[in-house]
Design a protein around this ligand. Structure first.
Ligand code: PLP
Length: 351
């Protein structure tokens, strides 16, 4: 299959914006080609020049960690930008559709709605796995993408690898696997399968395990055809210089990040066990992420009472298949203890 055939006709014929940086590459002593401020910037660091549109230094460093070549990598202003660009490049408004698998990350549907793309929903099974039969029935010739979030938000579980492989091998559109939480998972990433499946797009992010949500930096890994199309459609300078500099510096601290991942995983298990022992907690769903989905009696009330105590979790009690569920991010040891004490007190009569 040639994934280039999936792109919109106007994108196929699009002549992309050519930046000053595109038109002159190399070293020079006098740059008078981009209408920048040649005197400098009113900051200690130099921010007066436009950043590298393709972020090659940063990609080079990410490539070394991920083992994925630069030409298979796209960087976005958060993974949310990559999601939006996939819609804009591959889906014809008012005509094409995508499949999402609720309960899942909310941004796929919002992005589809912004782009006027029909959303077809195939709920996960009761154990939060893929319903392959229903997915197959839902696909038609205008289905351009299927969004698979694994580990899934808000349920926390990983989806069965063999089910995902079935979709990758049989679906004729793009399979977008969102691995925002992969650093906390026992499952291995799909980024090593890029050479196997031309229709595979893997999303990862610096917002979760890497602790850089405020920088807005997301990654998409795919075949060169898909990456080339995303680069053609993206705003020329989508990753600002401060983000490029800071992310590059952060990559030097991978040891610290790995340390936090270890603590988060052990705290996740401790938190899950402690919640599971509570009378009012009906179910603690197994998690491969940095949060736990728990079903609690009167979840919505508990949520409000936690808010009154200054503890904010995510109320998912009205979400499909998540009746009476709260989504709880794993915090520091102290934060988790604080939360456990609060829930225990709120749910124990006469305590
Ligand atoms: C948090 C999250 C993201 C991250 O999005 P960014 O735009 O990179 O911050 C992506 N996908 C899922 C499922 C998430 O939960």
């Amino acid at each position: 299959m040639d994934v280039r055939e999936l792109q919109r006709e106007n994108i196929k014929t699009l002549k992309p914006y050519s930046t000053a940086r595109d038109e002159f590459k190399g070293q020079a002593s006098v740059y008078l080609d981009a209408n920048e401020n040649s005197f400098g910037s009113p900051l200690p660091a130099d921010y007066n020049r436009y950043p590298d549109p393709l972020q090659l230094d940063l990609k080079d460093a990410i490539s070394k960690i991920k083992g994925v070549p630069i030409e298979n990598m796209f960087l976005g202003n958060g993974s949310d930008e990559a999601i939006d660009l996939l819609f804009r490049a591959f889906c014809n408004p008012g005509k094409d559709n995508v499949i999402i698998l609720p309960p899942t990350y909310g941004m796929y549907e919002v992005s589809a709605n912004i782009n006027d793309i029909e959303v077809r929903k195939v709920n996960l099974t009761a154990d939060f796995q893929l319903d392959l039969e229903k997915i197959a029935e839902t696909i038609d010739s205008n289905t351009k993408m299927i969004f698979i979030c694994s580990p899934n938000n808000p349920t926390g579980n990983s989806l069965n690898r063999s089910d995902i492989e079935t979709i990758l091998a049989n679906f004729k559109g793009l399979v977008v696997i969102d691995e925002a939480y992969i650093n906390f998972a026992r499952q291995k990433t799909f980024i090593q399968e890029l050479t196997e499946y031309a229709n595979l797009v893997v999303l990862q992010t610096f917002s979760k395990a890497w602790g850089l949500a405020a920088l807005r930096l997301g990654m998409a890994f795919s075949s060169t055809h898909v990456i080339d199309i995303l680069n053609k459609v993206k705003p020329p300078y989508n990753i600002n210089q401060a983000t490029q500099d800071l992310a590059l510096a952060a990559l030097e601290n991978i040891q610290q990040v790995n340390e936090w991942i270890k603590i988060t995983v052990s705290e996740r298990d401790r938190l899950g066990n402690a919640l599971g022992r509570m009378e009012a907690v009906r179910k603690v769903y197994p998690s491969d992420a940095n949060f736990i989905l728990a079903q609690i009696d009167n979840a919505h009330d508990i949520y409000n009472q936690l808010v009154d105590q200054g503890i904010i979790v995510r109320d998912r009690s009205k979400v499909v298949l998540c009746d009476d569920c709260l989504r709880i991010t794993v915090g520091t040891v102290e934060e988790n203890n604080h939360l456990l004490t609060a829930i225990e007190q709120l749910t124990t009569p006469n305590a």
